[in-house]
Design a protein around this ligand. Structure first.
Ligand code: FUL
Length: 423
């Protein structure tokens, strides 16, 4: 590959990748019906989160170090969490706040207060709307809904266009993307139309390794092997987002479902395989039918973020620079078991193959290898006692720009303590 073929990110893509952790919130009619995919016939009467508090959701996200927040304004059942003019199937028809409430607005405001970038999921597939089978009518309907969302809730960081249920269906993406560009030109577009970020291709929150940042064979949904049809001008640089629910495969809250809550170990392993493979992680935490994040989920999110901070806030040593060889000097001979590598992606993803050596008994020995670095690579090493490490880039498509090469000695104490408490 020549230098000319090096894909480069936009400023917005770099800013988005630097956020790393997103907080996903699935909330809606399903929350009140013990289901994941309502068919659009549930009565709005059921929607009544009497202790609703969007601030609790956003504060948790902020405290736990999440850098953006995405809400399901409309899921596949078509029920709208804002008082839209496009349909009666919305919070307006519910008993909640006597039909005067607006979940999208409350989240947008709470995000503004907490300085948290806000994004919206608006399902193209709509099982309630009767004009759905009429392609043109529904395109008009969807564009009207999207315009409300794009114009009434301040700046949006991301629009999440979910491909589920839309297999084989064509929407007017030219128009939809046109609206996004007109009203929210800085918002990231997830996986459809003219995406600026792509789905990693599974709902387990994990990326393969390597997971290059270039446009590849992004999938449209879990239920089809269809590829995303890009509009022209879709960028070549297309970083991936890994999405996963904190409760097994449940995106929405269900009663008596605490046993599906992912363990701390599982969440950490997801983190290593998403953020640690250079992608963003969008972790879903579902508020319950009171409109609050349940205590168990709340605490697990905090445990997760505390553990990440505990492991990675204090590197033993850090270096950076241009070139194929980088030596990381430790303050003294110390135990090391993890490294973090980062490229300066504003220059593209240049490294194609590298090795890590460590200084052992008076000579260099190779202890790890890899291919992609990109935004971030967290890599475990065999536990070694050493005074210096070396990164050797064996193959690159242009001069390597290493933003950071750091090392750590992470221990598992906090992990086992929390496991003991929980089980
Ligand atoms: C999927 C949907 O079908 C799930 O209900 C959930 O919204 C997930 C994020 O995307 O495609």
């Amino acid at each position: 590959m020549s230098f000319e073929e090096l894909a480069l990110p936009t400023k917005n893509q770099i800013a988005w990748q630097n956020m790393e952790l997103g907080f996903f919130v699935h909330f809606g009619m399903n929350t009140f019906c013990d289901q994941e995919w309502g068919d659009g016939t549930d009565s709005p009467e059921k929607f009544n989160p009497i202790s609703f508090d969007a601030r609790q959701w956003v504060k948790l996200a902020r405290e736990a170090g999440f850098k953006y927040f995405i809400l399901t304004a409309k899921h596949h059942d078509g029920f709208c969490l804002w008082p839209t003019k496009t349909t009666d199937y919305s919070v307006k028809a519910s008993p909640w706040k006597n039909g005067e409430g607006d979940v999208v607005l409350e989240c947008a405001k709470a995000c503004q207060e907490e300085d948290m970038p806000f994004g919206v999921y608006l399902s193209p597939w709509d099982r309630h709307e009767e004009c759905y089978p009429d392609k043109e009518k529904y395109d008009d309907f969807y564009c009207e809904q999207l315009t409300e969302i794009l114009t009434q809730y301040g700046p949006l960081v991301e629009l999440w266009f979910d491909g589920a249920g839309s297999e084989g269906r064509e929407y007017d993406w030219e128009r939809i993307i046109g609206l996004v560009k007109k009203h929210q030109p800085d918002a990231m577009v997830f996986n459809m139309g003219q995406p600026t970020i792509r789905w990693v291709g599974n709902e387990n929150g994990v990326a393969p390794y390597p997971c290059w940042n270039t446009r590849s064979d992004a999938k449209i949904s879990m239920f089809s092997d269809d590829k995303v049809h890009w509009l022209p001008d879709t960028p070549n640089w297309l970083p991936a987002e890994c999405d996963v629910p904190i409760r097994g495969d449940h995106w929405f809250w269900h009663p008596n479902d605490e046993q599906s809550l992912r363990s701390l170990d599982n969440l950490l392993s997801i983190y290593y395989q998403s953020v640690g493979h250079g992608t963003n992680l969008l972790l879903n935490v579902a508020p319950d039918n009171r409109g609050l994040i349940p205590e168990e989920d709340y605490n697990r999110v905090l445990e997760f973020s505390n553990e990440i901070r505990r492991r990675f806030s204090n590197p033993i040593a850090v270096t950076k620079g241009k070139g194929h060889e980088h030596i990381l000097e430790l303050p003294e001979e110390m135990l090391v078991n993890t490294i973090i590598l980062q490229e300066n992606i504003s220059g593209g993803e240049r490294v194609r193959q590298y090795e890590i050596d460590c200084w052992l008994e008076g000579q260099w020995s190779t202890v790890a290898k890899g291919s992609a670095i990109g935004h971030k690579r967290i890599q475990g090493l065999p536990e070694i006692r050493t005074s210096k490490l070396k990164l050797r880039v064996l193959e690159s498509i242009a001069e390597p720009l290493i933003l950071s090469f750091s090392c750590f000695h992470t221990t598992k104490e906090a992990e086992s303590e929390s496991s003991r408490e929980d089980f």
